[in-house]
Design a protein around this ligand. Sequence first.
Ligand code: ATP
Length: 295
Amino acid sequence: MKSIHFIINPIAGKGNNCISENLLRAYFPMDMYDIKIKYTSFKKEAIELTKASVEERATIIVACGGDGTVNEVASILVNTDVILGIIPIGSGNGLASNIKIPRDIEKALTVIKNQITTKIDVGCCNGMYFFSNTGFGFDAKVVRSYEESKKRNLKSYLKACFRTFIKCNNNNEASMEVIIDDIKYYKEPLLIFISNSNELGYNFSLTPKACLQDGLLDVLIVPKMHKVKLLLFGVLMLFKKHIYLKDVMHYQTKKLDLISVKGNFFDSQIDGEYKPLLESSVSIKLLQNSLTIII
Ligand SMILES: Nc1ncnc2c1ncn2[C@@H]1O[C@H](COP(=O)(O)OP(=O)(O)OP(=O)(O)O)[C@@H](O)[C@H]1O
């Protein structure tokens, strides 16, 4: 009998998802499936719940939430035989959008039931996994501002972008050396964005060419720029044309290193959660085909 565990973040998205035991039983009848439902009651609890589910020999663990919950669950499943499923009930749902998991809960449950799986690449940043993206500088500040707003929707996200734009002061950005494929670029970037997936969430993308299965990370480096140019960058991003802006650099690589020049910490985010890094160097690499996921 297949054992499927559902780990549900009750506050993801608008916090009003309708996943109930009755609904799950309609898709996974008791005589064919052993199902278990677990709710998270605080930040990062999905990590512990997933570890317990692995010990309980779950064959599929379904992360019901947004990119934050997916990150917590999937981090435990990297390089294991346990399969990840996603029910996207978060606000941005970047990874789920990339693999085209429907936002409609019942349609997403049908995807889980069909159990078509594939392997995807995983990013690793100083030992922490990311499945969608990690970012340093402006992007991380947007995430911090978004988290402070307490509301998780598109309006709050756009407000966070605007607040970060208003406060943006080129002098506050960390100076860093960026080393890609052993070539050193000395940069004082406004933002460095490293992506495994082609979706940032809310259908926005900074790296539209990224692919979860190409064995490469897509790196976008945006140098310090005048606010008017930054505004232009934002507008071009809506049409996925920002990489054509002069000075914006795009690379594909398997690994890169960031070294803080003035020893200042890195304002950073991983899969849409603010995670400042106190280390003065950051090593980012790709682990090819290391997570099995239902698509
Ligand atoms: N009961 C809870 N109370 C408070 N925070 C929680 C709870 N359960 C989980 N969390 C935390 O909520 C945060 C947000 O979760 P998640 O990213 O899944 O949703 P989202 O932000 O709405 O979606 P997305 O990241 O796709 O925009 C995560 O950091 C997670 O650890």
